[in-house]
Design a protein around this ligand. Structure first.
Ligand SMILES: Nc1ncnc2c1ncn2[C@@H]1O[C@H](COP(=O)(O)OP(=O)(O)O)[C@@H](O)[C@H]1O
Ligand SMILES: Nc1ccn([C@@H]2O[C@H](COP(=O)(O)O)[C@@H](O)[C@H]2O)c(=O)n1
Length: 202
């Protein structure tokens, strides 16, 4: 089994990179775990309280559950991956049954901040994109796909996103085995990662 961790600031293109890597690979050989699925369950809070959570701080993530799930997958067990709702700012009652596979890709802004999770990765990748480009992408994506408006995205960017990125996310670059520059679509880097995975699958 090969476990690959893909980190990088919001909007850097992690999900897009993962989709590009996975696209041409056999479906049953690769599974993807998103850190977003592991935001802590906050059902005990009201919506108004949940909106105020700092979702860019490591404490917002249920790393214990993520660790348990990766350990189970390594042992060959199937897990029930939580499903997160960005609109509700909470875990839903649904889960996705995720079976172990030869390659597991874990992606998320904070995955390299946790030493136990970091140790589980065979390959650590950091996707690097300039902050202005990330903000533009995030604005467009959150308005189109996550039910946000411009003021909400910009407020969050100034109050939590930017300082948390500087304090927690950007420094994890030093743990990466590979840094993928992603201001533009980087097909060469995608091909390299795919080649490494294909070698493992053969
Ligand atoms: N290299 C790129 N150039 C331009 N736009 C991109 C690129 N990579 C991703 N995007 C777009 O930017 C937005 C954020 O990308 P996404 O993959 O969701 O980032 P992340 O998962 O890191 O937050 C998406 O709308 C996506 O289509
Ligand atoms: N309820 C939430 C939870 C998280 N976010 C933001 O999502 C970002 C992480 O996801 P990416 O796909 O962009 O890597 C993170 O920066 C959180 O601020 C949110 O807006 N609402």
């Amino acid at each position: 089994m090969l476990i690959i961790g893909i980190a990088g600031g919001t909007g850097c293109g992690k999900t897009t990179v993962v989709n590009q890597i996975v696209n041409e690979l056999p479906e049953n050989e690769v599974c993807v775990i998103s850190q977003d699925s592991y935001y802590k369950d906050t059902s005990h809070l009201t919506y108004e309280e949940r909106v105020k959570i700092n979702f860019d701080h490591p404490q917002s993530i249920d790393f214990e559950l993520l660790c348990q799930h990766l350990t189970a997958l390594r042992k060959g067990e199937t897990i029930a991956q939580p499903v997160y709702s960005f609109v509700e700012h909470n875990r839903t009652s649904e889960t996705v049954s995720t079976a172990p596979s030869k390659v597991i890709i874990v992606e998320g802004i904070l995955i390299l901040t946790n030493p136990k999770i970091r140790e589980m990765f065979d390959i650590k990748i950091y996707v690097q994109t300039d902050s202005d480009e990330r903000l533009i992408r995030r604005l467009k994506r959150d308005i189109a796909e996550r039910g946000r408006d411009m003021d909400e995205v910009l407020d969050r960017y100034q109050n939590t996103l930017k300082p948390m990125h500087q304090q927690f996310i950007d420094p994890t670059k030093e743990f990466a085995d590979l840094i993928i520059p992603n201001n533009n679509y980087n097909n060469v880097a995608i091909d390299i990662v795919r080649t490494i995975i294909k070698e493992r699958l053969n």
